[in-house]
Design a protein around this ligand. Sequence first.
Ligand SMILES: [Fe+2]
Length: 135
Amino acid sequence: MPKIFTATDIQQFDKEVQKDYFDRHTPVIDCPSEVNENERFPVRIFLGSQYAHPDDGDHFIGKVQLWNRETLLAEATIFPGAMGNQPGHVEVVFTIIPKVSMNLTAMSYCTKHGLWQSLPKEVKVNHPDQQCSKS
Ligand SMILES: [Fe+2]
């Protein structure tokens, strides 16, 4: 079983080099906190707010996944050279059509440094047909 690095692990470290390591690998989910049932919405996932990740033949971000609890919703495969063979910030956008409220998590896979997990993101799904109208 591989070790999965989580966003909360970074709080254990004080040294700048370790913050760099976590920042460039840990995915962040950017999406609305509240959406409507059966209405598509974008889930943007990006890596690194300050530090860019290499895009070398033997060291690159190869996968980004979006999970809802234990269910894999979407997965992007990224090949070396997609970021121009220069350090950069991998970003993907998945379009999701929700049925019920979700607890989203993103995973990224670095070919040299393994699996990294985002903080969870709760998304409340409104069901317009079930709302009572006030008069
Ligand atoms: Fe890496």
